[in-house]
Design a binder for this molecule. Structure first.
Ligand code: SF4
Ligand code: SF4
Length: 440
């Protein structure tokens, strides 16, 4: 007995044209039949409405639950996360402004890369966090502490601004500190907080100035006048603090003469290429600097650099793409060109690399949320990445973001891989090939 479909169809809800043309094909009558949208279930819209009405929060409302984001979200790979799940929690009435999920996203941008609806967590998360902070919701204490240190001292560690250039004393080459010398230079080297204060960051800073000196680059640093760039602060929702830092740094830069800015870190790069120009335009400041990440700067002078790389480094090296250099700015080649220029070095790629590179966990304020995040993940993102480097047989995990050296070195220890994998900034490998010795 054939099914009588007419009995199952609510005819008043049928939409049917006499003829519809779809991709050049004529579909007549019942062949183009559609049904009016109907409510399948009722759900809570209050939280979603609140989020999508925030400037930057709109695109969460575009989600159609396809699930593509979840497979690539680095937090989901070690936990239970992703825009699809966040949207669903909002539908079920969870107050996301007071929920731990608010702080877990690292703004790594991998979900946006694959999302057919362009749901943009890089804008949604800072907007939601800013709202939560401004409405007095609790901020994880370790993040709050970093905010306070940055506001008070200009760096997240709470170190004295006067000691920001102390590392220069043991660099072994002369370094122009602009507030002291006040001469024009070609390059302003914006050092950043971690290379200025963290012991392993300082290793990279010293390697950097030795390499620049050998290349004959005319450069200077701001020393005690340099402050945290504030981009991660902005992504973590502290907009007022970001604006204060941006204004201070823009005013400081304007006091000195230089042709371009070279930065150590991808987060500073994002600040100076994207956030500062916007802030400057909105607030009547001049901003027209050329900005380069150091790997881009050195790759642009590879013809001069390569002949100086005289010592072979017989290491098997894998490279971790920083989210804020790779996905955020589409720069995948400059770091690899530098690594390939080092004689003897063997490159291997991890399964997740380039556009699909994994996240170290440090972006979007994650740098200051390790203890908090570990309560919601099976292992830290940095530990996951270290295991991926081990899996491809790397002896060296090469990085070019100052957040990463300490994160990955901790992860090497906590995963029991001490002695099996070392973490080196690319600039340290270059200095080692140039000058010999272990720059670490
Ligand atoms: S990929 Fe985009 S549309 Fe699909 S579930 Fe994720 S956020 Fe929603
Ligand atoms: S930006 Fe990264 S961490 Fe945040 S939800 Fe998307 S994939 Fe996950």
């Amino acid at each position: 007995m054939p099914t009588d479909w007419s009995k199952k169809v609510e005819k008043e809800r049928v939409l049917e044209k006499e003829v519809a043309v779809v991709e050049g094909v004529e579909l007549r009558g019942m062949w183009n039949r559609m049904f009016e949208q109907r409510v399948i279930w009722d759900y809570e819209t209050g939280i979603l409405d609140q989020i999508t009405s925030l400037p930057g929060g709109e695109s969460l409302g575009y989600c159609y639950q396809c699930g593509k984001c979840v497979g690539v979200c680095p937090v989901d790979i070690v936990g239970n996360y992703g825009p699809r799940k966040i949207y669903r929690k909002a539908q079920l009435g969870t107050d996301l402004f007071s929920d731990p999920d608010l702080w877990l996203c690292t703004t790594c941008m991998n979900c946006l890369r694959v999302c057919p609806k362009e749901v943009n967590m890089v804008e949604i998360m800072p907007a939601m966090r800013a709202f939560a902070i401004n409405s007095g919701r609790p901020v994880p204490p370790e993040l709050q502490k970093a905010f306070e240190n940055i506001a008070r001292y200009g760096n997240p560690m709470g170190e004295s601004p006067r000691r920001r250039a102390d590392w220069v004393k043991t660099a072994g080459v002369p370094v122009t500190v602009l507030p002291q010398s006040r001469r024009p230079v070609d390059v302003l080297l914006y050092v950043g907080s971690y290379p200025s204060y963290h012991p392993r960051g300082q290793d990279a800073a010293r390697a950097m100035v030795r390499v620049l000196d050998r290349l004959g680059v005319d450069f200077g640093i701001l020393g005690p006048e340099e402050k945290e760039d504030g981009d991660s602060v902005r992504m973590a929702g502290e907009r007022g603090l970001f604006e204060m830092l941006a204004e201070d740094n823009i005013r400081t830069f304007a006091r000195y003469q230089f042709e371009r800015i070279v930065v150590f870190g991808p987060h500073e790069y994002n600040a100076f290429v994207r956030a500062y120009p916007r802030f400057a335009a909105e607030n009547g400041f001049d901003w027209s600097y050329q900005v380069l990440h150091y790997t881009q700067f050195l790759a642009s002078m590879l013809d001069r650099l390569q002949p100086l790389l005289v010592r072979p480094l017989e290491y098997t090296v894998t490279f971790h793409d920083p989210c804020y250099l790779g996905r955020h700015h589409n720069e995948y080649e400059a770091p690899r060109r530098l690594l390939r220029a080092i004689p003897g070095l063997k490159m291997v790629e991890m399964f997740r690399c380039r556009e699909n590179g994994y996240c170290c966990g440090g972006g979007g304020g994650g740098m200051w949320l390790d203890s908090f995040t570990s309560g919601y993940t099976r292992r830290r993102l940095s530990e996951q990445r270290v295991l991926e480097a081990i899996e491809v047989g790397a002896e060296v995990l090469a990085v070019c973001c100052p957040y990463e050296v300490s994160r990955f070195e901790d992860a090497v220890k906590s995963t029991g891989n001490d002695g099996r994998l070392v973490v080196r900034d690319i600039i340290e490998l270059i200095a080692e090939s140039m000058f010999g010795g272990d720059t670490k």
